[in-house]
Design a protein around this ligand. Structure first.
Ligand SMILES: [Zn+2]
Length: 408
């Protein structure tokens, strides 16, 4: 068995991975899968992966050992920016179901099927629901998904087509999470909520492995990551730790001189609990009230793993930046027209953060920076159109000349 045990990220308690588990029974801490990496060190090198399957399952040795439920997720393009030297766009919009959520659900459903689970439930801000529904269909399992009623239309439709049971709630993802928690025991559902089962983070961590592999087993100076639930950031940080143990990247401050990247969170100004906690120097966030942004994936008023995210920002010497919806919309259009990348609003927020941190001097032109586009804009067409209309109402003078309305 490649996986040795599950470990609580709060108290360090070790639990067997032989049965399905959610969080630490003692303190509710997030559980991490741990592997016997020491036995792999020196035997498996990064170069040995050459020629393997072009999906996240190329990193099999550091993933749970089971027949994968796969739709070809991961190993997405790392595009050199046309606009900024030393900047790369990691385009997660090319995953199955059009977002990085595919990685986590591929790993979670692989283990759910292995454990013999039949019914899975999760709250979602949109794309996680779509991915859960798709992978449940591929695994032959049942999915129960709770989403806010104003999620992008694509998320509602894909869940329906994938055959999931969908409940649209009047509220936010936090309200949806409560509905799952209240009903799961009586309904016999296994909860696959963000960070409440240990394998979604295992899938997401492969983004960290890919960043290193696609940059020639070097880590960048900084990674900008749009943060809703924050699993991508938590997973990548875990990947860097594992790669150091494997000897694939230099140890922090070690002889080779490489170190882990500065991890940078970007959130929407209308829902920025991590940014607020970071600026106040706190180790946990508070529930954000009246969360509002058209970047649906960033509408997470309190992340379950907030303590992990804030710890990563601190340890990596990172930063947390907020972007307004106006800035995000403009960045979406700019990226599309300059880079040819039609990014999800959450992804375009990475560009806003990069521009702000360059302007402030936190990032320099010579820094190698990876900006994550977490999803495809094709899933947000209705939200983006509504946002465009709002922008036109707000600034009529800029869009109207001589009674003719147009993009002047
Ligand atoms: Zn614990």
């Amino acid at each position: 068995m490649r996986m040795s045990y599950l470990e609580c990220t709060r108290c360090g308690e070790r639990l067997s991975a032989d049965a399905p588990r959610n969080v630490c029974p003692k303190d509710g801490g997030v559980l991490f899968a741990r592997y016997d990496l020491a036995s792999l060190r020196g035997k498996l090198r990064g170069e040995d992966l050459r020629g393997r399957v072009a999906s996240m399952w190329r990193y099999a040795e550091v993933l749970p050992e089971a027949e994968p439920v796969t739709l070809g997720e991961g190993f997405t393009p790392m595009l050199a920016s046309r606009e900024f030297e030393n900047v790369f766009i990691k385009d997660e919009g090319l995953n199955p179901t059009g977002s990085f959520k595919a990685r986590g659900m591929s790993a979670a459903l692989t283990m759910a099927r292995q454990y013999g689970l039949k019914k899975l439930a999760a709250p979602s801000a949109g794309n996680a629901g779509g991915a859960l529904a798709a992978y449940a269909a591929a695994a032959g399992l049942e999915a129960y998904i709770f989403m806010p009623q104003d999620v992008p239309r694509a998320n509602r439709m894909e869940c329906d087509y994938f055959g999931a049971h969908v409940t649209l709630a009047d509220g936010l993802i936090s309200d949806c999470g409560r509905m799952v928690a209240e009903r799961k025991d009586s309904e016999g559902w296994f909860d696959v909520s963000t960070l409440k089962e240990p394998f979604r983070v295992e899938g997401k961590k492969t983004m960290g492995y890919e960043v290193a592999e696609q940059l020639g087993w070097k880590v960048p100076d900084a990674i900008v990551y749009p943060t809703g639930g924050g699993v991508g950031m938590i997973g990548m940080w875990k990947a860097f730790e594992e790669m150091e143990e494997l000897g694939w990247i230099g140890e922090r401050g070690g002889a080779s001189g490489t170190k882990r990247p500065k991890m940078i969170t970007v959130q929407a100004a209308g829902c920025a609990p991590i940014v607020k906690a970071w600026e106040a120097g706190k180790s946990a966030s508070e529930m954000w009230t009246r969360a509002s942004t058209f970047a649906a994936g960033l509408r997470v008023p309190k992340a379950y793993g907030d303590y992990l995210i804030l710890d990563i920002l601190k340890k990596s010497g990172g930063a947390a930046v907020a972007a307004t919806d106006e800035e995000i919309l403009a960045a979406t259009r700019h990226w599309a027209s300059v880079e040819g990348v039609f990014a999800a609003p959450e992804g375009a927020a990475s560009l806003v953060a990069y521009q702000k941190l360059r302007a402030s001097g936190f990032l320099r032109a010579e820094d190698t920076v990876v900006l994550f586009n977490t999803g495809s804009a094709y899933k947000y067409l209705d939200m983006m159109e509504a946002e465009e209309r709002k922008a036109e109402v707000n600034v009529p003078a800029a869009r109207s000349i001589g009674g003719i309305i147009g993009p002047y």
